[in-house]
Structure formats: structure tokens, C-alpha cells
Write a protein that binds this ligand. Sequence first.
Ligand code: SF4
Length: 332
Amino acid sequence: MMSIHIPPYITFSKNVFVPVTNICKNRCGYCGFRRDFSNPEANVMTPDHVEILLEKGAKNNCTEALFTFGEPDNTPEFREILKNIGYSGFIEYVMDLCQMAIDNGLLPHTNAGALCYADLRRLKPLNASMGLMLETAGEVDAHRNSPGKDPCIRLETIDNAGRLKIPFTSGILVGIGETWDDRIESLLAIRKLHERYGHIQEVIIQNFIPKPNTLMSDLMSPSLEEMQKVVAIARALLPREIAIQVPPNIVSIGSLVACGASDLGGISPVTIDHINPESRWPSLDEIRSMVGDVELRERLPIYPPFVKAGWYSSSIEKLVKGYSDENGFRAK
Ligand code: SF4
């Protein structure tokens, strides 16, 4: 029988969730977030709007600015939108948002989709960590119209992040039509890159949630038993220093902690989960009652071992040092 490593504590970070744009070249079968250019709800946040959220996050004791995006293509329409808010390109815009977060005393964690080496290199000094879900190494129908979900492209981004020594988050999405072999192959692919570069700080095991008005709205989420099994397999396959993260607002975390999950990701006191807007963040008291006796510890968007190893730039050094204790967790 497989022995499961039960973590001595569960970590989380306090973030402000900034959904920078919902414009996306992909059309994932489960996505309730993306909008077409022609849709009145298509949005690219202006710097002024982002600033309001960042100030709110800073006032509410957050340490992390989580920037999320669709994967906009470099089309004339998208360039026009950026031009109207004062930017010549996507990466310039993202860099400016990261600098705004730093100026507000927040550490950026950017999830800007699949990026090339050069773009990652420009973003690295302005980020405490970055992320890209692999989702699955398998071919699934849900990604038939999503060129950006090609696993080779995504693994290349994770590889580039490793070459650049960027503390990195990846993960898999469970229940989108992938097989058990796909799940294992995905976890092994992430492990292989971590073995090469040592840069993966956490792997998210995220359950599919059906969204209204999507191609997969009639499908079921994976059962709790299935999630328990995936978490246990991930814990067994991944090195101990990689945290297994589960989202506390969309899955029952108590039993997943018992299977090896050790992180809850960002929990926001000020913003909703824009990807799962129907699922509110539980309060810390609610989380405490879900995880039982296991201690809850706040961390920064850069995990303690990377804080201690100095995997951050001079642009964010003051913030990292100011926020962290001698073990790399958030100072009390
Ligand atoms: S890449 Fe993300 S935002 Fe774009 S369609 Fe897929 S899930 Fe939605």
C-alpha cells in the first residue's frame, strides 16, 4: 500500500486577484471566463482600474498581486485596445502592471499564458513567482479549439522559466476528458522539468467545474474520491519540496489534505475568484475547521525555500525581506 506524506502544516497566501483581460485566442470547452472581442463583456483593465484593486489589496494586508489573463493573440484588434490605454505591446503592459503592484507594496505573481524565453526574461525581475497550468499532457476534445493548450508549447514555457530560475507554479485540471495515463504523464512531465531546474514550487490539482453556456455545461465534476486519488498520486510522484495545492473554494479540502495536499493557494480578502465567481473564498476560520489540527501558515507568492535561496531580483528584494520571517514564511 502506498504511504502518504501528511504535511505538518498547510500554507496559503493573501492575494488580490486581478483579472487583467478575458480576451483569449483559445476556446476551451469548459471555459466560462473568455469573451469574444465583439462581446460587450470583453475587457482589458485600464491601469487606473488595476490601481484601485492594488490599493485595496495593500490596505487589506495582502502580499500578492495575482495577475490572470486569457491568452490574447497579437491581433490588430488587441493592439488597438492596448494603444487606447497607452501601451505599444502586451509585455510592456504586463510589466507596467507588475511595477504598479510593487509600488503598492505587493509582490506580483503573473499567469500570462504561454510565453517565450525573451518575454519571461523581461517579466522575471518584476515577479516573485509566475505560473502556467499544464492542465494535461494528453489530447482532449476540450482543447480542440485551443492552440495555446498544446502541451508542447506549455512545457516549453515551463522549461524556459526553469532556465531563467523563476519560482514557478503549474498544475493539472482534472475531469476535462483526460485519461489516468494522461494525468500521470502530466505529473511526470512537470517532475522532469523540476528535476532539471529545481524551480517548481507548487503543483495545483484543480477539479473541473461545469459552467453554464459552455460546451461542457452538462458534464459532471470529478468525484471527491477521484480527486483524493489524483492528489495521492501527485504526492507520490512529485518530490517532497513541491507543494500540492488544492483550491479551497471549489473542493472539499479536509480529505485532500489527508491525501497529501499542503497548500491552498491565494485566498483573497478583497476580490472574488474570477474564474469560479460562484464559489466564494472560505474565511480562515472556516478553513481551520476544515483542516482540523493541521497548522495553517501564511506564505508569500514565492515559497519559503526560494526566499531562503534568494531567487528574487533587486526590484522586489525589499518587499520579500520585509514580509518574510527567518524561515521564509510571512512574518507575523
Ligand atoms: S485559455 Fe483560459 S481563458 Fe482562454 S479559453 Fe481556455 S480556459 Fe478560457
